[in-house]
Write a protein that binds this ligand. Structure first.
Ligand code: NAD
Length: 296
């Protein structure tokens, strides 16, 4: 039997609706949640991500402070901008679109963001809070994956989750969140050093592909009935498309859909969740600010 195709757009719409309602409550108190979105350079993929985020902010009734800087911007200039945004009480969240041009040190830039405005959840303080299970901003893509799994009522406790990828923004945090006591999955992390990847993937009740390798996961690597979450977004050349390329995940969807129990499409699976979780983090940052000025 073919898998249930997970509608990430529908789940994301619910999360965004809730962020919109919370925004309306804040507006009654005179606070409009505001995210500063900083884009350095003109990378087309980054530009399209930034545009998507700004559109989502507007739809939720939030403000986007759109800051576009030339690719020649120095690290010192960017750090100084972040200092200004940190000090600006009307800005509740700061997002610096990655990747940054090579001459800028991403770690230094991320660390410069005030953790109370770190809605991407990439600051070492946010990462530390996540690992310790303390309150803090969770990174949007891994959090979105968790929300999807929960919304679909996919059994998590005691399940074996196999995560392909160990990046700081997807693989590592996902592995951490899935092994939390309230999720309770047993997690295996695979990466470029893994020998015989299929040996692990075939054991997965939940298989999460975040390797950035189109077609890496084929049907024969999937346990029958597993939940397959495809985080990968890869441009593959396609002469039939006007742009000359199309977006593909890490999973060979056509084969996998026949074997899996649940599967996310690309696009329309994890991608919309990332933006939705960002909206949730921005409204949360504004709520934290609201409480801080009211002394609640
Ligand atoms: P990354 O390149 O930083 O990390 C990829 C990871 O995959 C590495 O840890 C590497 O060890 C592992 N890997 C690579 N090839 C492998 C292989 N053959 N076998 C096993 N492991 C392998 O990438 P990232 O930033 O984590 O992103 C991963 C993918 O997710 C990319 O396609 C990216 O575009 C996509 N992504 C999507 C969203 C979204 O919102 N949908 C958000 C972030 C990233």
């Amino acid at each position: 039997m073919a898998a249930i195709i997970i509608d990430g757009k529908a789940v994301a719409a619910k999360v965004r609706e809730s962020a919109k309602l919370r925004t309306a409550v804040l507006k009654e108190k005179g606070i409009v949640p505001c995210l500063a979105v900083v884009l350095v350079g003109e990378d087309p993929a980054s530009l399209s991500y930034v545009t998507g985020k700004e559109k989502a902010l507007a739809e939720a009734g939030m403000l986007g402070r759109d800051i576009r800087l030339p690719s020649a911007t120095s690290e010192a200039e960017l750090l100084s901008l972040i200092e200004t945004l940190n000090a600006d009480a009307s800005v509740h969240g700061i997002l610096v679109q990655l990747p940054l041009p090579k001459h800028i040190n991403e770690d230094r830039v991320i660390t410069a963001i005030d953790p109370v405005k770190d809605v991407d959840g990439f600051h070492p303080v946010s990462v530390g809070n996540m690992v310790l299970g303390r309150p803090g901003f969770l990174p949007c893509t891994p959090h979105g994956v968790l929300v999807l799994l929960r919304e679909l009522a996919i059994p998590l406790s005691g399940a074996h989750a196999v995560v392909l990828g160990r990046s700081n923004i997807v693989g590592k945090p996902l592995a951490n969140l899935l092994s939390r006591r309230d999720v309770n999955a047993t997690v295996t992390v695979c990466h470029t050093g893994t020998k015989d990847l299929a040996k692990y993937t075939r054991e997965a009740d939940i298989l999460i592909a975040a390797a950035g390798r189109p077609g890496l996961v084929t049907a024969d690597m999937i346990k029958s009935g597993a939940a397959v979450i495809d985080v990968g977004v890869n441009r593959v050349s396609d002469p039939r498309s006007k742009k000359g390329y199309r977006l593909a995940g890490d999973v060979d969807f056509d084969g996998a859909v026949e074997k899996a129990g649940w599967i996310t499409p690309v696009p329309g699976g994890v991608g919309p969740m990332t933006i939705a979780m960002l909206m949730q983090n921005v409204v949360e940052a504004a709520e934290i600010y609201s409480r801080s000025i009211s002394g609640d």
